[in-house]
Write a protein that binds this ligand. Structure first.
Ligand SMILES: [Fe+2]
Length: 186
């Protein structure tokens, strides 16, 4: 398995590529509008972008997911609860995507957005334990998600603390956490 973080400095958005060294397949998580960095990195790794996942409806940037799908022929994956009219595979809670030895498990993490999902990544060539969690905007560096964008802030915070944070805390301590935003962003 290989793993790459791609950051857009202007907005502090952090996005990710996860690839299988075995099959050459690659998943892109929360791609930004400028898809060139993903295409370039996949080329560098001699990988095919086969899976494109948007974790939620983004308020701070325009998703590049559909551009990336058009350009690569990859399959588009969206959370089951997302309000989107376009064609995509809707991910169920607990669903597992498989790319060679890489497994990405869908964890619902509501509170920022009701449809928000995270991906729990395993490298099955190494063992069955999870390696890292892609949190998108559920967790940021030094902060948690804004709970007031999609609903009343207090209500959103109650959802975060009653559903998402216990799900995070149930993971083993060694799981690495990769957020969707750096500190000091918009
Ligand atoms: Fe967001």
């Amino acid at each position: 398995m290989w793993f790459q973080q791609i950051i857009r400095e202007e907005t502090g958005c952090a996005t990710y590529l996860v690839g299988s060294s075995k099959t050459g397949e690659c998943l892109v998580f929360d791609p930004l509008w400028d898809i060139e960095p993903y295409l370039e990195f996949a080329l560098k790794k001699s990988a095919r972008i086969t899976h494109v996942v948007d974790s939620h409806s983004h308020a701070d940037h325009v998703s590049g997911a559909r551009r990336l799908v058009q350009s690569t022929g990859a399959r588009l994956f969206l959370p089951r609860r997302i309000e989107a009219q376009y064609e995509a595979h809707r991910l169920e809670d607990g669903e597992k995507l498989r790319l060679g030895d890489v497994e990405a498990e869908v964890l619902p993490m509501p509170g920022h957005r009701p449809e928000q999902i995270n991906l729990l990544i395993r490298d099955l060539s190494r063992g069955p334990e999870p390696w890292c969690l892609l949190t998108a905007d559920f967790l940021m560096v030094g902060d948690i998600a804004r709970s007031d964008l999609a609903q009343d802030g207090r209500q959103g915070a109650a959802i975060l603390f009653s559903q998402s944070i216990p799900r995070l805390r149930a993971l083993p301590d060694f799981v690495e956490v990769y957020p969707g935003h750096l500190a000091g962003s918009t």
